[in-house]
Structure formats: structure tokens, C-alpha cells
Write a protein that binds this ligand. Structure first.
Ligand code: ADP
Length: 511
């Protein structure tokens, strides 16, 4: 609304809004720990700290063949997993699209679609012929195919194989689902179609990442997702899960995986350094005031944060600061800019440069002259111009070198904030499990000299340039370098499928 004095002052303000200092990171970690504590003691807290009834982590020797169904990401996935028992597995999978109509329609329609997808998978992809009428040919009854469901929404679990849906996230809002047992909703859909599939286990994708990484690495204490959404899980001492008192699991003691639902951090109290862009995203989202942390971090929102900033610079007065005041349909559209655009511009900037930090961002308020730029920088900026033109639907000549530099810089600001905050979540888990202390000031009580395995999954951590590196910068500040060095962040390959299979196996063993 206000007129700016100089272009540089606008960029300086943006920087102040998005840069997070060490003190803030420390305060956020303390607030996070407090939320963990409240969540472990009470139900219905935003940081749900959900007991999962997974009481052990695999060691890689597990065997068996299972189906897995994964709902909660961008696609619905059905897979068949064969655990070979030597830390390896074979997996065939098929993705199915979940339409917006299904996401927001009646739950029965959504679950019928899930059952149909499993049915289609069994006839077209499965390596085992589950559909042959063994009953007729051999006299043995047709046995059930065991399926593990990866359901990556907040669920209040009461056993490995049942859990009540607490709320939808990530753009889902199907009616008559919240409050119901998700395993029953799915099983009823299988039964309506007379399918011989039995859903025996329910697992969240974060717990899946934890289990699957443990299987592949022979151990692991936490799992984390940085994809469409963000969430984490870790092995907690049952004695600290005070709200389990009275449950048979409480008396057994030992360890249990907790699904933190950390995407909800900041829902109840405002800790995060929130910008007007974040407020706009929240206000226009389908879940205002919910999943506050997730809106700062995950793939679903980062592109939209960047789009909001770009649009504000296009509209800036007295003179536009981007694209000479022009815009495009993609740029004007809510969620018109995917987070992969940010990755692409940053990749183009880093290029094959062995030391990407060698370039400080160019002086953004000075107009670049082609002939004055270093050849390597010019090439990078031209590559970024091409990406911008293509993705946003501009003509190449409408995108200046300055536009390219400004946009690349905006992407790095927003992504850096996300990665540092992701580090806060991981640091919180390290401190909560007593394997680290805040800022590394004291000797931790546990895990000394051990590798601290974290299984991760999601496009951001997998593909966003330097996301993992910046997350580690945050860890160094928050838990000290000695602990950070021992943290092993490893991709949980096919985490949701393998995790669901492992969970189905545990459920069968428990009877
Ligand atoms: P999901 O979490 O849905 O299982 P992903 O981990 O692939 O699946 O995350 C998808 C999210 O990641 C989308 O929000 C998308 O915008 C974002 N994304 C996709 N590709 C990239 C990329 N190369 N870099 C950063 N983000 C990406």
C-alpha cells in the first residue's frame, strides 16, 4: 500500500522478514519442546504426539510379502512389497490420481476409489496371482492378502490396526470421515466389493520412513517427511507418554513410535516470525490457523509464498520491481507456482559450480548490463530467465537479467527459512530423546558416540538444492557440531510402502 523510497529498501525489508537468526531458532526449539511435552501428556493438543503402537524398529532381517496402500501425498499409491530379510526388498507400485472431487466429496466414494485402485493393481501389476480361485482348484480356502495402510493425516490410533481420523490436512476435506476408524472405512470398501484383502495395519508416512530406514540401515530413531507436507516421528520412552496411563501399552513400558504431527507447531501460540505473505497464505488456505509450521516449510506452500512475494514486487509503487509491471495467468493464480520452480532456478544458479557460495547475490537494485557481467554469471542468469519465461508464461524478452536475479534470490530466502526451521524440528527430537542438549552446552544422557539415524522422505529434502545442508547448519547451532556430525540423515527409499509392509508384519506377529 505504501510507496517505497528505494528498490534496495524493499529488498532489505524482505531480507529482514525472512532471515531467521540463531536466537530465534533457539527460542523456537524451546517452544517446540514445550509443545512436545504437552502433547505427550494430553489428547486434543495441536501437536498431537500420537502413540502409534509400533513398539520396536526393524533390524533388516524381516521377511514376507505384503500389499501397501498410501494415501496422503500428491498421488495415491498401491504397491506390493517383498521383504527379503537382508535389508533389501522388491517393490512394484502403481500411482493413481485422486481427483479434487474425491478429496472433498463423500468419504465412501473416496474409500470405494481406494478399493477399486487396489483391485486394479491386483489384476494388472501384482507379481503374485492373488486373484486365482485357489478355493475351487486346490480346495484350500482363499486366504486374505494382508495390506498395510499408510495414511498420512492425523489419526488417533488405538492399536496397530485401528485409528480414528482427527482432521484432514493437505487439501483433503472428504465428508463423514473425521471421527471414524480409517481402517474400518477401508475394510468396509473392500468388503463391499467382496475383495479378499485385509487391512491389518495403519501407519503414518513418517513412521513408515522411520521403519523403512531402520530396515534398510539396520537401525534408526526418527523419521521425517519434507514433501507436500511435513511431519516427523521418533521412538519415545513409553514412560514419557503420560497420556497412555491406563492403556496396557503403558504397563509394558519400553519404547513406542510417536507420530508428532509437528506440522501443527505454532497453531495455538504464535512463535514463528510471520510475514504478511504467510498471513495471506494462511487466510486464503482451506485450513486457516491450522498446520501453521507446515505452511512455512512444505512443498505445498513454498511456491505460493514465492508467488506472493513476486506479485507484490510486480505491483510495487511508485515503480514495479519485476517484469516491468507485467504479470501472467500463472502468476495471478492461487497456487499457480509449484515449488519445483524454486528448485529449478536455484539449481540453475548453483549450476556445476563447485563452490555455490562463491557468488553472493548480485546487487539487486542496480540494473545489470550484459556487457558488464562476468560470463559465468550471465550464463546462469540467462538460464534462469528461460526457466521463468517457460514456467510463468512470459515471453523471454519480458524477463530481464534483474528479474532473474531477484527471483532466484527470493527462492533462496524462502527455502533457507524452510530448511532452518526443519532443523528446529529435528533438533527438538534429538533433545527430547536426550541424545542432545540445547546448543550442545551439556553432555547428552544417551546415544553418546553413536550414529543417530534419521530416515527422510519427500521431494524437498530429496531434490531441493542444499536443503539438507542448511538443515544441518541449523542443527549445528541448536545441538552443537559434535552431535550434528553423528546425525545420519538417509533417504527412506519407498518409505511409505516398505513401512506399511513392516507394520503389517508386526501386526500379524502380535496376532
Ligand atoms: P508427497 O509428499 O506428496 O508424497 P513429494 O515428496 O514428491 O510427494 O512432494 C511433492 C511436493 O514437492 C509438491 O508440493 C511439489 O510442489 C514439491 N516438489 C516436487 N518436485 C520438487 C522439486 N524438484 N523440488 C522441490 N519441491 C518439489
Amino acid at each position: 500500500v505504501h510507496q517505497y523510497d528505494s528498490a534496495q529498501s524493499v529488498f532489505d525489508l524482505l531480507e529482514r522478514q525472512f532471515v531467521i537468526g540463531e536466537d530465534t531458532l533457539v527460542e523456537l526449539t524451546q517452544a517446540f519442546l514445550e509443545e512436545f511435552k504437552v502433547g505427550l501428556e494430553s489428547y486434543n493438543h495441536p501437536m498431537a504426539m500420537i502413540p502409534t503402537f509400533v513398539t520396536a524398529v526393524p533390524d533388516g532381517t524381516e521377511t514376507g510379502t505384503f500389499l501397501a496402500l498410501d494415501l496422503g501425498g500428491t498421488n495415491l499409491r498401491v504397491c506390493e512389497v517383498v521383504l527379503n530379510g537382508n535389508k533389501t526388498f522388491n517393490l512394484v507400485q502403481q500411482k493413481y490420481r485422486v481427483s479434487e472431487t474425491l478429496k472433498s466429496g463423500e468419504a465412501t466414494a473416496l474409500f470405494d476409489y481406494l478399493a477399486d485402485s487396489v483391485d486394479a493393481f491386483l489384476t494388472t501389476h501384482a507379481t503374485t496371482d492373488y486373484t486365482s480361485p485357489t478355493e475351487a482348484t486346490s480346495g484350500t480356502p482363499l486366504s486374505d492378502v494382508h495390506l498395510g495402510l499408510t495414511f498420512s493425516f492425523p489419526v488417533e490410533q488405538t492399536a496397530l490396526g485401528s485409528g480414528k481420523i482427527l482432521t484432514w490436512t493437505k487439501g483433503f476435506s472428504a465428508k463423514n470421515a473425521v471421527g471414524n476408524d480409517v481402517v474400518k472405512l477401508l475394510q468396509d470398501a473392500f468388503d463391499r466389493k467382496h475383495m479378499h484383502v485385509k487391512c491389518v495395519a495403519l501407519v503414518n508416512d513418517t513412521v513408515g520412513a522411520l521403519l523403512s530406514r531402520a530396515y534398510q540401515a539396520g537401525g534408526c530413531f526418527a523419521g521425517a517427511i519434507f514433501g507436500t507436507g511435513t511431519n516427523g516421528a521418533y521412538m519415545e520412552q513409553v514412560s514419557k507418554i503420560k497420556k497412555l496411563a491406563g492403556n496396557p501399552a503403558w504397563d509394558k513400558g519400553g519404547l513406542m513410535a510417536i507420530n508428532t504431527e509437528w506440522g501443527a507447531f505454532n497453531n495455538s501460540r504464535s512463535h514463528l516470525p510471520t510475514t504478511p505473505y504467510d498471513n495471506a497464505i494462511d487466510r486464503l488456505s482451506i485450513n486457516p490457523k491450522f498446520q501453521a509450521f507446515e505452511k512455512f516449510i512444505s512443498g505445498m506452500y513454498l511456491g505460493e509464498v514465492v508467488r506472493n512475494i513476486i506479485v507484490s514486487l510486480v505491483d510495487a509503487t511508485p515503480k514495479s520491481l519485476l517484469f516491468g509491471g507485467k504479470s501472467t495467468a500463472f502468476l495471478n493464480k492461487h497456487y499457480g507456482l509449484d515449488t519445483s520452480f524454486m528448485s529449478a532456478t536455484e539449481e540453475a544458479w548453483i549450476g556445476d559450480d563447485s563452490s555455490p557460495d562463491a557468488f553472493v547475490h548480485p546487487p539487486l537494485s542496480v540494473e545489470f548490463k550484459r556487457e558488464e557481467l562476468n560470463a559465468a554469471v550471465l550464463k546462469k542468469l540467462d538460464n534462469i530467465r528461460t526457466i521463468i519465461a517457460k514456467t510463468l508464461g512470459f515471453k523471454l524478452e519480458d524477463v530481464s537479467l534483474n528479474d532473474a536475479a531477484v527471483i532466484r534470490w527470493i527462492c533462496s530466502l524462502v527455502a533457507r527459512r524452510a530448511a532452518l526451521l526443519s532443523g528446529v524440528a529435528v533438533a527438538t527430537v534429538l533433545i527430547q530423546t536426550e541424545q542432545a542438549t540445547l546448543k550442545g552446552l551439556e553432555k547428552p544422557a544417551r546415544g553418546l558416540n553413536q550414529k543417530l539415524g534419521v530416515g527422510v522422505d519427500g521431494s524437498l529434502i530429496e531434490h531441493y538444492p542444499n536443503f539438507g545442508k542448511i538443515l544441518r547448519e541449523s542443527l549445528v547451532l541448536l545441538v552443537g557440531e559434535e552431535v550434528e556430525q553423528r546425525v545420519e540423515i538417509g533417504l527412506a527409499k519407498d518409505g511409505s510402502g516398505v513401512g506399511a509392509a513392516l507394520c503389517a508384519l508386526m501386526a500379524l506377529k502380535q496376532g
